[in-house]
Design a protein around this ligand. Structure first.
Ligand code: NI
Length: 180
C-alpha cells in the first residue's frame, strides 16, 4: 500500500470528468487499498479517485467512528434523492482547513459496483448522504467550494495559492539543504 498525493484546489486536474471503470482486478484493488490508506492517514471520511489524479469513477467513504467501515462505490449513480434538503458544513482533503455549509438532498439511494464489479444499491442519510454526494461531485470535476458565493470562492482560491507558494518555498529550501 502507499499514501498517494492528494491534489489541492485550485489544481485544474480536479476539474477533469472521470470515466467509468470497465476492468476489475488487481489494479482496482490496489487503487482502493492505496486510496483507503491515504484517506485514513489524512484523516478524512471520503476520497474520490479524481483527488489522487486518477480520473475514473471510484469513490471511497468511511464515516464510522472506528474507521473500519470502508465503503467502495464504483461507477455510482444517484437513483433517488429526497425533496428534503439538509445543510452540512463540508470540508475537503483537496481544500484543507476550509469548511462551509452546502445544501443537498437529505436522503439518497445510490446504485454502484463494488470493488469486484458486483452491482449493489445503497440508501444513505445524514453525514453518509453528504459524503457520497460530495465525492460523486469530484467525479464530475466539481469541488464543494463551487457551491459557495464567487466572493468566498475567490478568497479560498487566494488562500490556497498563498499556502502552496509557502509549501514550494519550504521544499526549495529543504532541497538547498537549509533549514529555518
Ligand atoms: Ni472533497
Amino acid at each position: 500500500m502507499a499514501i498517494l498525493n492528494i491534489l489541492r484546489y485550485p489544481d485544474a486536474r480536479l476539474h477533469k470528468v472521470a470515466k467509468p471503470v470497465t476492468e476489475f482486478g488487481e489494479r482496482i484493488n490496489k487503487l482502493v487499498a492505496d486510496m483507503a490508506e491515504t484517506m485514513y492517514d489524512a484523516p478524512g471520511v471520503g476520497l474520490a479517485a479524481s483527488q489522487v489524479d486518477v480520473h475514473e469513477q471510484l469513490i471511497i467513504v468511511d464515516t464510522s467512528e472506528t474507521k473500519d467501515e470502508l465503503r467502495v462505490f464504483i461507477n455510482p449513480t444517484i437513483v433517488w434523492a429526497s425533496a428534503e434538503k439538509q445543510v452540512y458544513d463540508e470540508g475537503c482533503l483537496s481544500v484543507p482547513g476550509i469548511y462551509d455549509g452546502v445544501e443537498r438532498p437529505a436522503q439518497i439511494k445510490v446504485s454502484a459496483l463494488d470493488a469486484s464489479g458486483k452491482p449493489f444499491e445503497f440508501s444513505a442519510d445524514g453525514l453518509m448522504a453528504v459524503c457520497i454526494q460530495h465525492e460523486m461531485d469530484h467525479l464530475m470535476g466539481k469541488v464543494f467550494v463551487e457551491y459557495l458565493s464567487p466572493l468566498k470562492r475567490n478568497r479560498i482560491k487566494a488562500k490556497m495559492l498563498k499556502e502552496e507558494r509557502g509549501i514550494e518555498r519550504e521544499a526549495a529550501l529543504r532541497a538547498a539543504g537549509r533549514r529555518h
